[in-house]
Design a protein. Structure first.
Length: 302
């Protein structure tokens, strides 16, 4: 494969995603965009801009804040929302903890990432969202490959692979029973490289932590973790400064960094082309078991 092909973005992917977003607006009453501040959800927002131009994006952005997010991501989120004039809804995992709906994890690998499922489902019920648009891709993790573009969830927000409908000839069926919900994945057929090439083509701003920068980290299990008050460290885990970047943006307690000098988009793309592991290889929440992602999806995770 030539470098030209590897660096070009396939226009058909954008066309498909815009079609999916317009079908979502046509078939559902109260859709929302699940927004994390990461590259995939930023891409979804850009696609929604194009899908409904010259009108404004007709969906609010819903962010489930674990309370342990990267400050750079939250700052970027607020800047983006202000620049686009879109509605932002934030719901906090801390509220779910305070209400006794979930219990804070303890121990070395404690994280709030799994706890956000309850907060998400409560927000969907409270705000009566019948479709939540997410940036999941089938190349991220094997459980994602079982999803449809319109992925049906039952009245409890749970996912069942046997409930998924065929989507032949790009026919998207948004009919649901009372209480059911749908997760919509417009970039399901994209790869990580496609997302980066799209960001490059569209000249999109992204959080600074995607680029190489110096910060305090610790080494744990052969991986590099951002040192923060949220991380339960041992006496042996002494922080040190290193130039790193992040391939994915998640809760600070479950997202590892990679040592990198890539401070430009072209460098990031070149780095991905040579990478030996997927971007979710730096997510500790996916390593808890072979079926970690699928179990979270079955419980209602995005």
């Amino acid at each position: 494969m030539s470098n030209k092909i590897q660096w070009e973005f396939p226009q058909a992917l954008e066309d498909e995603a815009i079609y999916i977003l317009r079908e979502t607006a046509a078939q559902f009453e109260r859709p929302a965009i699940l927004f994390s501040g990461g590259k995939d959800s930023i891409t979804i927002v850009r696609l929604a801009q194009k899908a409904f131009y010259p009108g404004k994006i007709p969906f609010p952005l819903l962010h489930i804040d674990t309370g342990h997010n990267f400050p750079e991501t939250l700052e970027f989120r607020d800047q983006l929302v202000a620049s686009l004039g879109v509605d932002l809804v934030v719901r906090n995992v801390q509220d779910s903890i305070d209400q006794g709906k979930v219990q804070e994890e303890t121990g070395k690998y404690a994280s709030r990432n799994a706890l956000q499922t309850v907060t998400l489902l409560d927000a969907i019920e409270e705000l009566k969202f019948d479709a939540c648009i997410g940036g999941a891709r089938r190349d991220e993790e094997k459980a994602r490959a079982k999803e449809r573009i319109f992925s049906v969830r039952d009245e409890f927000g749970q996912w069942n692979a046997k409930m998924q409908r065929p989507e032949l000839f790009d026919m998207l069926n948004g009919k649901i029973h009372i209480g059911e919900q749908v997760r919509v994945f417009p970039i399901s057929n994209w790869t990580e490289l496609d997302v980066w090439n799209y960001i490059r083509r569209e000249k999109l701003d992204i959080p600074s932590i995607y680029f190489s920068h110096e910060r305090e980290i610790i080494e744990r299990d052969g991986m590099y973790w951002p040192y923060s008050p949220f991380l339960n460290t041992t006496e042996e885990e002494v922080p040190f400064r290193q130039k790193v970047r992040f391939r994915t943006v998640g809760d600070m307690t479950c997202t590892a960094a990679v040592i990198s000098e890539a401070d430009k988009l072209e460098d990031i793309i070149s780095e991905i082309l040579e990478a030996k592991i997927s971007e979710r290889g730096a997510r500790i929440d996916d390593k808890r078991s072979e079926a970690a992602m699928e179990k979270r999806k079955q419980a209602g995770y995005f």
